[in-house]
Ligand binder design. Structure first.
Ligand code: PMT
Length: 399
């Protein structure tokens, strides 16, 4: 648990019987050297006393917006800025619903809404509540908002029924946080090349062939890899996104320019991730002057095949280099992705399908399956930042 040392963690506790396990979690985090601020809901205090929690954390427990006798205001904004991570364990059905919809009627939810750090929730409730479509929907919303769900276990519940809904054990929750902080520099010393966005293939000075890629997926990967210590070169087609901090961003327009920038960077690269939606064809001729509308018909625009950047890099890949492609599919998704994996000599391919709502072009979320020659790992719908972290985890494992 060495990664927890010196980290600022908010431990949110809501009102469920599993709150007794939060005491163990608190002790584990403090023992590992973390500074922990407990924020408990009014119902949480029915299950566990603030005295126990403040004694273990060495800090007064925060629960109310004001201290009753002095009127002192507790700033959820300051808390949100202080934290390196926030973990809510147990997270009851009611707390999850409030988080998903922004019902800020207690200090735990206002702190969540102000938190700038990654948030983790460990749900705990009875099996019927856990299986209810409302809870499923709320968890999906939170996941899409970037919250990490620490899945509940199956076993005997407080009701003595057996099913899914037991809060994950404190040791496992602490391990999730430890590995999250361990990620922070797990790409240090690695040189990573990432492509992002569309390419524009000019027809005349005012028209082009392009596609709907916003660049969000590739930029999320670049920012995430840089935050994890990698030296990142991002070769981006035209997008409206700002350069990610700490990333060497090279702006290009066409597939040929993207290929040239990638070839320049590739030899000095450990990992290359091809997230761009490269136009497969470009006009054979570029018209120097705007093609006039007055013509009754425009003669056909002849198209020629663009170079395949991923396949070009795949052909010159040397031992020790890892080449990751993306596959954007509408049908026969896995079979098509596997065909591209082989044809382009990739080590891994990230499949996203336009058949999945919230996945693919333009959205802030994505749903991917990471495919290697030996495996296929499906992830749920998440924010593109969280998807980027999952993809980098798979890459680190493969390295
Ligand atoms: O940018 P966003 O709005 O966030 O959307 C993200 C995304 C949907 C664009 C992204 O997640 C994605 O799927 N990118 C790849 C899209 C694509 O072109 O897929 P493809 O199946 O046609 O291509 C397969 C692979 O070959 C890709 O890695 C692609 O970058 C690469 N390729 C394709 C054609 C070409 N001429 N050169 C290439 O390098």
């Amino acid at each position: 648990m060495s990664n927890l040392k010196g980290k600022h963690i908010i431990l949110g506790i809501s009102g469920g019987i599993a709150a007794y396990k939060s005491v163990v979690l608190l002790r584990l985090l403090v023992k590992a050297g973390a500074e922990v601020q407990v924020v408990i809901t009014p119902n949480g205090k029915e299950f566990i006393t603030p005295v126990t929690l403040s004694a273990l954390s060495g800090k007064p427990v925060v629960s109310e917006f004001f201290t009753a006798n002095t009127g002192e205001w507790h700033s959820h904004v300051d808390l949100g800025l202080w934290a390196d991570a926030m973990v809510i364990a147990p997270a009851t059905a009611s707390t999850l619903a409030k988080m998903a919809t922004g019902v800020a009627d207690n200090m735990l939810i206002t702190t969540y809404l102000s938190a700038k750090a990654p948030v983790f929730v460990a749900p705990a409730m009875d099996l019927d509540m856990m299986a209810h479509p409302t809870t499923t929907r709320n968890l999906a919303t939170l996941q899409a908002d970037g919250v990490t769900i620490i899945e509940p276990a199956t076993g005997e519940l407080a009701s003595h029924l057996v099913g899914r809904g037991r809060m994950e054990e404190p040791e496992k929750i602490a391990a999730v946080l430890d590995s999250f902080f361990g990620r922070n520099h797990d790409m240090a010393g690695r040189k990573v090349l990432i492509t992002a966005g569309p390419t524009y293939e000019r027809i005349d000075p005012v028209r082009f062939i392009g596609n709907f890629s916003s660049g969000k997926m590739g930029y999320a990967l670049a920012a995430c890899a840089a935050a994890r210590g990698a030296e990142v070169t991002l070769v981006s087609g035209p997008t409206e996104l700002p350069d990610p901090p700490g990333v060497n961003t090279v702006r290009v327009e066409s597939a040929r320019q993207m290929l040239e920038a990638c070839e320049k960077a590739f030899d000095n690269t450990d990992v290359a991730i091809m997230a761009a939606a490269v136009a497969d064809y470009a006009p054979r001729h570029y018209a120097d002057h705007k093609i006039k509308r007055e013509h009754d018909a425009v003669e056909a625009i002849e198209l020629v095949k663009n170079p395949d950047i991923a396949a070009t890099l795949g052909a010159r890949k040397r031992d020790g280099q890892l080449l990751v492609g993306f596959a954007l599919e509408t049908d026969n998704a896995e079979a098509n992705a596997r065909e591209k994996l082989v044809r382009k000599n990739l080590d891994m391919i990230v499949l996203n399908s336009l058949a999945d709502k919230g996945a693919g072009f333009g959205t802030d979320t994505n749903k991917v399956t990471v495919i290697t020659p030996e495996s296929a790992t499906a992830f749920s719908l998440k924010s593109k930042n969280a998807v980027a972290a999952d993809i980098l985890d798979c890459i680190i494992k493969k390295l």
